[in-house]
Design a protein around this ligand. Sequence first.
Ligand code: HEM
Length: 631
Amino acid sequence: LKSLESKYSVFDGNGNGDGSGSCNLSHHPSDHPNHIRSPTTMGFEALLLPLIQSRLLYPTLFLLTLIFLLRLQYNRLQEVIRTTSPVPNVSPVPNAHPLFGHYSLLMNPCQHAFLFKDHATPSGISSMWGPGLKRCASVLLASHARLILRQTSQRDFSEWIIRHGRKTLGEDSLILIPGGSRWKGVRQVVARAFTHDVVRDQCRVIGKTARELVAWLEWSCDRDAGGGNAEDGEDPAIEARDFFKLYSFSVFGRTAMGYDFQSIPKGDKTRRHPHSSRECMPPEAVAFESLNFDIGRRAMKPSALMNPAMQLYWIPSRINRAYWRNSNMVNKMMGGIIGNHMDSMLRLSSHKDNSSSEGRPGGEDTGLRSSLLTYLIHSCMEKHFSKELSPACPFAASSSRPTLSSSSSYVDASSFKPPSNITETARRKIIQDVSKILHTLLLAGYETTALSLSYDLTLETGNENDKNGKGSHATILKGTRIIMNLEMIHRDERNFVRATEFVPERWVRWDSRKGRWVDRDYKAEGKCSMEQGPSSVASTSTPPSLSSEYTIEHSQADCIPAANSANFFAFSDGARNCVGRRLAIMESTLLIAELFRDLCVGFADENFELVKEINFVTVQPVSLPIKFWKR
Ligand code: HEM
């Protein structure tokens, strides 16, 4: 190269031979009688010259070597994809990207049928690659899903979700802790607030909220029917997503925080049409929603992963400023509510000996209305003041605590008594802890994630259509990420008969002796139909006429077998199942009962097509315009 440099310096355009000028092509070295070279050599030399002259040669060589090594690695990954499968003996879903695997397909709910169904084995196992060629698998058979969910408590989130989730939800967010003793401790504390008795106490408040919502709808139906709609030029279509969120925020506020957001309009004069339900959301709820949306946006959008302004919160970008504004608003609201609640708990606690009415630290009045918060505050205070707790686990359950499943009397039974006076620092820390738990709980209403296997697992495929025949096995290796699409499991004929149809009678039958609908017993009916043939189900399940539209002829109970509730995973299963399922079931049951007593619902647009999107951890409809009318 030195000789090349000196040679070219002779033909320097400036003629001074110092290599400072550009190459003058009229003095090309090939003109020299002693230098007859091929055009390739000439091109190569012409390319090298500016590099040599500008001292860029070594950085360029380094870059080229790097590109070469990356290319080698890329080829190696392609070879891995070609020759191996994430689940041995199960052909992987095609078209995996060597770096991102099937990530882009996984992020698109419209592609899930392709991933989880079209390319699954006859026994419903699909084999995929995650980013960085992490082994991924998915199952469709309920028996497989049950086995996996009941044997693992390890949740597997991407590093990005953990990072951004923790920023908003805190270090001890139940959802984000992968597993182990730390998760167990937090789970115990939170689960105490959702026992059967505690949730039953909330029934009255939830029912009241549902009635207010239905009264609002009925008012709007009357108004629309009376021509109010035409006058105002309003569109009576209601966005289901916003409307039902308003309900869950109101319920959560009243049950978990003892706080009324006043978001369901009451009184004819001030009422707005329910299609404006988004505008009726309190600003704190909108801020909370934005924070949750923000986690997904920062952690899952490929463009955001490369954008420093989306990854570093201190950069004063528009999105970061909005984040801090929303975060402050939510923290201020929660801090105020928790602080007030804690102060009244402490006041009551200091008078405890004089009062016989206090079954719970919050006292009779507040305890019933917001016992969830009372329980959480009590647990967090215990964490702060109990010397027995392990410092490694902020919520570690002490041996003196009553067992988890012991019912709502935990607070009464707990040996911990809150002090009458606490320092401002301790008070602030407790408020912060409870606030983060509440934030997680509010978010978790929409939660669904992936599990990671910490052992080897063999799934019996047992299907004669499987490649290896009946009785064959698929082995899912340790560390494989299991992604379960619960909606697809529920809509699979192998798990439920007529799985895609709405047939509630698969769950209930009319009991004429009791005069009401009762849950069907899958095991008993299965046994009965085996002994007496399929017609035995029919005689016990004749429903009464519920309304002019619903008659005995419409009943499906006679022609559908009882469904197996163990195949129903809407709230997951095993140790990592939904901690708030009792509250969620009560919330939805009461609303459905109130709603459909006098109202009917339908799509606002007959040609409506459902489009879904992944938002942090759930799949939601992008839009779902509906209409209500009176029966
Ligand atoms: C219809 C409403 C709901 C559905 C369908 C639902 C569903 C689920 C599912 C499937 C999981 C497991 C996710 C996984 O394995 O990765 C889960 C976890 C969880 N849910 Fe729910 N949930 C609902 C409502 C609620 C409510 C109202 C709360 C609390 C107020 C709640 C709190 C939680 C928590 C804290 C977890 C995490 C538990 C843990 O990691 O140990 N959920 N939920």
